[in-house]
Design a protein around this ligand. Structure first.
Ligand code: KG4
Ligand code: ZN
Length: 814
């Protein structure tokens, strides 16, 4: 049967790719070719306009405006767009994320499909388009001396991949590999890797057949042709913007290093203090297994599997799992509650399968989702190690375990008769990765993307509801400056109607601090899900029964522009721009530090300058005289570490994990703040600067001395004394600033402002002097989007909107 071209199904598609220095951008008619009663097998592409151009490091600045311009070139507007196509790389990590985040925002904002395509294939199709036939070798720049190598056989129908999966190798290795091929003399080279590593390929005798330089970068048309091919269409899969993710080909450095010594993370080594396990946290903590866990694991194992058919593991067997030289990679995770080991799970990588070796949860903590949590970490590691499936063996009569595994997607794959002692069968179960991990509203785990019908149905609203939404003027705000992906929605009167946070702490804790590359990756992964959750929450708050809020029902979109981690900020900013542009809403940029300040308005709506503001977070320590809104006189800042950073470093030295603030403040509750006399730096009057590195050194010295002398350290006393040293200085400087400026109001913000002792101290001591003291709600101190929404609302009321060419600004100040 001949394919039928169905012009009724013709869609206007915007294609973008920012994985390389090329900002590729085209708009095209996209017509699926359909056999009767069949799904489309390829599409026909007719490019209407293109604005491909080289723009080094300016992609986030130029992308949305380029899309706007290319649509205008084609005589079209956003309203005509029926879908987006984005290059998923591989390429520059940040570049790929800018393209994908913007595209996610565009597709979510316009409620249209998003397809993902391969940047390497785009290069190959561009070559095909320009008449190249035969063997084609693409060397795409992967930075740091590496390339993404890709070989194609190109004939009249197009390029065909001669490789299975994208990978990254040293440029020199790629040159050598290609030069050694029997068909080396036929290889025609292309790709932006030739710019930087051309010499290497030249020396390998491969450059004489390089394509002309203008073909080295992907174009919008190349991307479209690649996506329209049968392979491209098959690979694109779902069109839900939540599910389109970058092709990275390699782990973040941190994870790569960890992979090599899995389970031996320094931050969990509590041996320094000689007081080990009981410090490991008083609330549920999930972290990689360390040597110190082995005894407790064996004890839990004995308890859980008393009378079971299989031989319980011993402490030394667990210890062997940590051997960094073991031939197969391992992943073991433990859960602690109140310093007590309450569960563990682990597995071993065999080919592309993770064999779950053992899972145990203490009797008192069953049905709390702990096994699920542990397995989600193990399976995440496994995926990062290239696994595609998980498998395990379970006693055939252990119904509870079988049910649990079943709910995670495990199905029976086989049975070993009489495998266990007593003739009990072993059930072999296996599951594809990722495991099915249901979204639990109360869980701090990242919100997982769920497969759904996309695009979404338009919400059903009554005329009254529509009028109500119009009147309220809802503003959606996005925060992604560090390790929380957060979205909040506020109305013009300041009522907070949605507040969602997806924290990544579990993914960073094992490294003792935030790993920027992991943070950026997680933001891209969850941002659509968190926005969705906020849009659902606001509908619920307003009692709308006709479905989640649609982007078109918002009045504006706010986003944190800076300061923060650049790679993390970029995700939020790019997404927000795409989202606002596609929904036709104004964009508002918010300073994260102003957000911490405005969090106080959630408690005291009538807060009015002049007042003194203390900002104490993981990245900042500032004493500010707020003379008027927007008129900030920074009286003093830290010369070295920020207060939150000092908490984190001290906690790390004590092996208490990350973040340090909450653990230290809990320990300090029962400690004596006068027990140890730690130094108070820059404590003279009129000096508003802070310094915390001396205090940090004093604490580490103290730990070393006491340990060397064989004395047991009282952690509560240490924590309380450390806090006292930090907070005394904060109090004194705030008091002096209030006196000097004559202000009668005081407020505080930033993650450390969640500390109950600091809050109480300021409220009581300054309160006694007739100062009105405001502290933000405790959950609005650490990073959140509610505070960003409060600022966005003020700017919305003033009509302070941002143009579409704004970029993240990691160095913003007050
Ligand atoms: O404001 P934030 O969430 O992120 C930045 O913008 O930096 O602050 C995070 C910091 C971390 O260093 C964390 O240890 C600290 O806030 N923190 C605390 C407490 N809760 C969080 N510090 C002291 N006591 C707490 N209860
Ligand atoms: Zn912050």
């Amino acid at each position: 049967m001949l394919p039928m071209k169905l012009d009724d199904f013709r869609t206007l598609i915007v294609a973008v790719d920012t994985s390389t220095d090329m900002l590729a951008c085209s708009v095209a008619w996209w017509t699926p070719e359909v056999f009767f009663d069949d799904t489309p097998s390829r599409a026909c592409v007719e490019v209407l306009a293109s604005r491909d151009h080289l723009c080094r490091r300016q992609a986030n600045v130029e992308l949305v405006e380029t899309i706007d311009a290319v649509l205008a070139d084609a005589g079209k507007s956003m309203a005509d767009v029926g879908g987006f196509l984005v290059g998923r790389g591989p390429g520059s990590f940040t570049g790929v994320r800018i393209g994908i985040s913007t595209a996610k925002g565009l597709a979510r904002g316009a409620n249209v499909p998003l397809m993902g395509g391969s940047t390497l294939d785009a290069c190959a199709w561009l070559a095909w388009r320009s008449g190249v036939r035969g063997k084609l070798a693409v060397a795409a720049d992967a930075m740091r001396g590496e390339v993404y190598p890709a070989l194609y056989e190109v004939d009249e129908d197009g390029p065909r991949r001669l490789f299975e999966r994208e990978r990254v190798v040293k440029a020199a290795a790629a040159a050598e590999e290609w030069a050694e091929r029997p068909d080396a003399t036929e290889l025609q080279l292309t790709g932006d890797g030739l710019v930087r590593y051309g010499k290497l390929f030249e020396e390998a005798g491969l450059m004489s057949r390089a394509l002309p330089r203008e073909l080295w970068w992907p174009t919008g048309e190349g991307l479209l042709l690649a996506a329209a091919s049968p392979e491209g269409l098959a690979a694109a899969g779902a069109t839900d913007p939540a599910l389109v993710l970058p092709v990275y080909t390699r782990l973040s450095d941190a994870e790569e290093n960890e992979r090599k010594r899995l389970g031996l993370a320094e931050s969990v080594n509590t041996a320094v203090t000689g007081v080990a396990d009981e410090l490991a946290g008083r609330h549920l903590q999930v972290r990689p297994m360390a040597a110190a866990d082995a005894e407790a694991m064996a004890a839990l194992e004995r308890d859980c599997f008393a009378g079971a058919a299989h031989e319980p593991w011993s402490a030394s067997m667990f210890l062997e799992e940590l051997d960094p030289n073991a031939p197969a990679a391992r992943s073991w995770w433990v859960a602690h509650d109140n310093g007590e080991l309450i569960g563990f799970a682990g597995g071993m990588v065999v080919d592309k399968d993770i064999e779950i070796l053992d899972v145990a949860v203490s009797r008192a903590h069953r049905r709390e989702g702990i096994a699920r949590k542990l397995l989600s970490h193990v399976s995440y590691d496994a995926q990062m190690l290239g696994c595609t499936t998980a498998s395990l063996e379970v006693e055939a009569d252990n119904e509870a375990a079988i049910a649990l595994y079943g709910s995670l997607g495990f199905g029976e794959a086989g049975r070993r008769r009489g495998y266990y002692a007593g003739g009990v069968d072993a059930l072999v179960m296996s599951a594809p990765l990722p495991l099915v991990l249901p979204v639990d509203a109360a869980s701090p785990e990242p919100i997982a993307a769920v497969a759904r019908d996309w695009p979404l149905e338009a919400p059903a609203r009554t005329p009254e509801e529509r009028a109500e939404l119009e009147r309220r003027q809802l503003i959606l705000a996005i925060e992604s400056s560090c390790d929380e992906t957060a979205v909040a929605i506020i109305d013009a009167e300041g009522a907070l109607l949605a507040n969602q946070v997806s924290t990544q702490i579990d993914f960073h804790a094992r490294f003792g601090g935030v790993v920027p590359e992991i943070a950026s990756r997680k933001h891209v992964e969850v941002i659509v899900g968190v926005v969705d959750a906020a849009l659902e929450e606001v509908a619920e708050s307003l009692g709308l029964t006709g479905g989640a809020l649609a982007p078109s029902e918002l009045a504006a979109v706010g986003v944190t522009q800076g300061p923060g981690l650049v790679g993390a900020l970029v995700v939020g900013v790019a997404f927000a721009k795409g989202f606002a542009y596609a929904a036709g809403k104004p964009l508002i940029c918010v300073n994260h530090l102003e957000g911490h300040l405005f969090a106080n308005k959630l408690t005291t709506p009538d807060l009015e300058p002049p007042f003194i503001f203390t900002l104490v977070s993981g990245g900042h320590t500032m004493l500010v005289h707020v003379r008027a809104w927007g008129d900030y006189e920074v009286l003093g800042e830290t010369l070295d570490d920020a207060v939150g950073e000092a908490f984190d470093k001290v906690a790390k030295a004590l092996g208490l994990g990350y973040p340090g603030g909450p653990v230290i403040s809990r320990l300090a509750e029962t400690g004596n703040p006068k027990a140890i006399d730690f130094p108070r730096a820059l404590n003279s009057k009129g000096d508003y600067r802070f310094s915390l590195s001396g205090l940090k050194t004093a604490v580490t010295l103290y730990i070393e001395q006491e340990t060397a002398a064989g004395r047991t350290i009282s952690l509560p006393d240490l924590a309380a004394s450390f806090e006292a040293a930090v907070f005394d200085v904060q109090y004194k400087k705030a008091k002096n600033a209030l006196r000097e400026t004559g202000a009668h109001e005081y407020c505080i913000g930033g993650g450390v402002a969640a500390n109950p002792h600091l809050r109480r101290m300021m409220i009581e001591k300054l309160g006694r002097q007739g100062i009105r003291v405001t502290v933000p709600p405790q959950n609005a101190c650490t990073d959140n989007a509610a505070m960003i929404a409060v600022v966005a609302r003020e700017k919305f009321l003033r009509g302070e909107f941002a143009p579409m060419n704004v970029d993240a600004d990691p160095n913003m100040t007050l």
